[in-house]
Ligand binder design. Structure first.
Ligand code: AMP
Ligand code: ZN
Ligand code: FE
Ligand code: FE
Length: 291
């Protein structure tokens, strides 16, 4: 089998959240890129999974059902990935409904804040761009760029939408132990996403946090992410190995709302091996054998 046929991407967004390709499109694109497996990990929703898994079956590409939950962590941004979650888990689904209602209210507040700042974007335009998926800040950013209020998506975030920015509104988030608990209840494996966003520059503090999360059921760390520096990757890999955690990775592909980041590759050539998926499966087997 060709080397590229054994590549994987374990962090991918679709139109169910703030990606710009539908689950079907993104799976087809993964096939074109020669990936062997990918995980659909939309923010706070499982709506894209079924369609993606079906397209994967059709194209003989393994689609891992996943989710990316926003977690309450005042010092920075904490996201937790859940792999192999059951999208039909009622407890998780009920909680996600509450989160989505809160997001809808947040979006109205954000549009008002933007309008107060002289940014006259029309919510119906944002809604249309989201293609009926869940609306998030990248959709606002994209429409701001389209209407000349920002040079690019990053500029829209830096000047208006970033955490603490003038148009930012907090989201309803899960406490860490609750997020891990929901992932486990749904049969999933909880992985700490892109640790650099935790804004925890002190290595010892990050390690203490990882240990704390592991005690609550965390099983992995996303070591490979396009925004990680070589030094960060080294440290996160060390942390994972030292604490017996799964080493994960993915491009965090969003399509047009995150320009320059390509599926399977990030900014360059990520080349993540299929053995990552094998390790996930081993952990899953151990979990079920242990029940
Ligand atoms: P939301 O779920 O509405 O809070 O939006 C989260 C998304 O916004 C994530 O997918 C990030 O990729 C993107 N994002 C968050 N913060 C930034 C930032 N400072 N710069 C660029 N993109 C960001
Ligand atoms: Zn996103
Ligand atoms: Fe994230
Ligand atoms: Fe993501």
């Amino acid at each position: 089998m060709a080397e590229s046929m054994s590549r994987v991407d374990l962090h991918v967004h679709t139109t169910a959240s703030d990606g710009t390709m539908s689950p079907t499109e993104v799976v087809r694109y993964a096939k074109e890129k020669g990936l062997r497996a990918m995980a659909i990990t939309d923010h706070d929703t499982v709506e894209g999974i079924e369609e993606g898994v079906q397209e994967g079956e059709r194209l003989n590409l393994e689609v891992i059902p996943g989710v990316e939950l926003s977690v309450d962590f005042p010092k920075g941004t904490m996201h937790l990935l859940g792999y192999y979650i059951d999208p039909n888990c009622a407890e998780l689904a009920d909680k996600l409904v509450v989160v989505q209602q809160a997001r809808a209210e947040r979006n109205i507040k954000m549009i008002k804040k933007l309008q107060g700042l002289g940014i006259e974007i029309d919510f119906s335009e944002v809604k249309k761009f989201s293609e009926h998926g869940q609306i998030g800040r990248p959709h606002f950013a994209y429409i701001m760029v389209q209407n000349g209020y920002a040079r690019n998506i990053q500029d829209a975030f830096d000047r208006f939408l970033c955490k603490g920015g003038p148009a930012y509104v907090e989201k309803l988030k899960f406490p860490p132990e609750e997020a891990i608990g929901f992932i486990i209840k749904a049969g999933g494996i909880a992985v700490l996403a892109h640790p650099f966003t935790l804004n925890q520059p002190k290595e010892k503090e990050l390690e203490d946090l990882v240990v704390e999360l592991k005690e609550k059921g965390l099983e992995g760390i996303e070591v490979y992410h396009p925004e990680h520096t070589e030094g960060q990757k080294r440290f996160y890999r060390y942390l994972a190995q030292r604490h017996g955690l799964f080493i994960s990775g993915g491009s965090d592909f969003h399509g047009l709302t995150k320009g320059g980041v390509d599926l399977g590759n990030g900014y360059g050539d990520m080349g993540l091996p299929y053995s990552m998926v094998e390790e996930l499966k081993t952990r899953r087997r151990v979990r079920f054998a242990g029940i």
